[in-house]
Design a binder for this molecule. Structure first.
Ligand SMILES: Cc1cc2nc3c(=O)[nH]c(=O)nc-3n(C[C@H](O)[C@H](O)[C@H](O)COP(=O)(O)O)c2cc1C
Length: 454
């Protein structure tokens, strides 16, 4: 668990009192809990009762460090996470009660005064070098220049700007991102699950046993907006970091639209473009429901990657992001992709059926959503090992960007040791915004460079 500095509760208490927030706190907490539905009566009563009791003790000053977990949950759910950040207390790194738009402008969570580094050690990646090779994968935590700046300050070095499109696309209806508290261990490789997840479910910040599900639908600002923001994001990244840009095409001429969008990213200054060939929650407008990821169709995938490679400047790096694929599918696809790309990334979230504890869909109107975090850890390891083996067999060099279930230093190290050149996290970075510091502190001095003996 992430520990906060001693005295955090006392300082938070003084701040909450000084701002006149104590009285309204139980109601604001209850409003957050019920924002997207109602917990069972007993659960709701227990939670609101605990918040009312906490507020009474905040008023009199009868609080201690043991109250930090509840105080964190109450303030976050009452939409006061900025207060927590001000006092260096971690919360989940995204406001799941806010809209996609609200979140774009407002990175959540503490920002470290000193950026964690592995001294002057560097690791090779995609023709450049980076500091400690851990970052945040393409997701809403890298949705804008403000987030990229925030993440760099907290020691995340390999960042992928959230998937953008060639035209504006609205997010799916909220909620978009929830916790799956029943999945605190990995499922077997490739294993989907019937996931139970309620919008009010909670993860204690710093917990390595986090699983989450999301259904954003790959929203995108219009190109004019994201290209300008991307330029600012690229300018915020220093020598030790690499910012890739994830793009996705759509429509009848998919390959052409992917290529057009990749070119926009290059025009905005991207030096590496990542193709999102693996989104598990794109709505299918023609047949009700959600489409399977594109990379399940090898011919369509290769056609897209070829079209993009033809369109981009030779100096622009190209990465293909895949979902977990079974042995036959991956072995058929990788030799076709290898000559076209500089890197292969994976895995994306695992498409899963997601319901609330009362049996209704967690995300109204969408039965399927993307599962990630510790539940997909074995899938990510299995995929990475097979990808690295295929690279060795094929004799064509590409870098491997591995992700899936990285929530602590050991899970980072497992993917790196399997042969990844860099590792990324999404659900782990959500649950623990200071995860990069933990990994850098634990492994920064000893982690081998890829290809070196440990
Ligand atoms: C909330 C959320 C949004 C995501 N959005 C994207 C996206 O826009 N593009 C993409 O390629 N992957 C997206 N992903 C997938 C992640 O980049 C990552 O591949 C996956 O979550 C597995 O990593 P994890 O177990 O660390 O979460 C998203 C994941 C999450 C949790």
């Amino acid at each position: 668990m992430t520990t906060s500095s001693p005295g955090a509760v006392a300082r938070l208490r003084d701040d909450v009192v000084a701002r006149g927030l104590v009285e309204g706190l139980p109601a604001a907490f209850a409003a957050g809990l019920t924002r997207f539905g109602r917990p069972q009566r007993a659960e709701l009563d227990a939670l609101t009762g605990a918040a009312t009791d906490l507020a009474a003790r905040l008023a009199t000053g009868a609080v201690g460090e043991e109250d930090l977990p509840l105080l964190t949950r109450v303030l976050y759910t009452a939409r006061q996470a900025d207060l927590l950040a001000r006092h260096g207390v971690p919360s989940p790194a995204y406001d799941v009660l806010g809209s996609f738009r609200e979140n774009l402008e407002r990175p959540l969570g503490p920002r470290l005064a000193e950026r964690p580094t592995a001294g002057d050690r560097r690791w090779p990646l995609l023709g450049r070098t980076v500091g400690f090779p851990l970052g945040i994968s393409s997701c809403v935590l890298n949705g804008s220049a403000a987030w990229v700046r925030h993440n760099v300050a907290n020691g995340w070095n390999v960042l992928t700007y959230k998937t953008v499109r060639g035209r504006a696309h609205p997010p799916n209806e909220a909620p978009n991102w929830t916790i799956a508290p029943g999945l605190t261990a990995s499922l077997p490789p490739g294993g989907g699950a019937d996931v139970v997840s309620d919008p009010w479910d909670w993860v204690a910040p710093g917990s390595p046993a986090v699983s989450s599900v999301n259904s954003f639908g790959v929203p995108s600002p219009e190109p004019e907006e994201w290209m300008a923001d991307l330029e600012r994001a690229l300018a915020a990244v220093g020598d030790e970091q690499l910012l890739l840009v994830s793009v996705m095409g759509e429509g009848d001429d998919l390959a052409a639209d992917f290529a057009r969008t990749a070119l926009m990213a290059q025009e905005a200054g991207a030096t590496v473009v990542e193709l999102n060939l693996s989104c598990p929650n794109t709505l299918d407008r023609s047949a009700a429901g959600v489409k399977p990821p594109l990379c399940l169709d090898a011919d369509a995938t290769v056609a897209v990657v070829e079209a993009v490679r033809r369109q981009l400047d030779d100096r622009t790096g190209l990465v293909a992001k895949l979902s977990w694929l079974d042995a036959d599918r991956l072995a058929a696809l990788v030799p076709r992709l290898a000559p076209l790309v500089d890197g292969i990334a994976g895995i994306n979230t695992v498409q899963s059926r997601v319901r609330r504890s009362d049996g209704t869909p967690t995300f109204p109107g969408r039965e399927l959503a993307g599962l990630s975090g510790i539940a997909v850890r074995e899938s990510a390891l299995d995929f990475t090992r097979r990808l690295v083996a295929l690279r060795a067999e094929g004799g064509v060099r590409f870098d491997v960007l591995a992700m899936g279930g990285v929530t602590d230093p050991a899970s980072f190290e497992a993917l790196f040791t399997a042969g990844a050149d860099a590792v990324q996290s999404a659900a782990g970075a959500f649950a623990d915004p200071l995860l990069a510091r933990r990994c850098t502190d634990a492994l920064g001095e000893t982690l081998p460079r890829s290809g070196e003996a440990p």
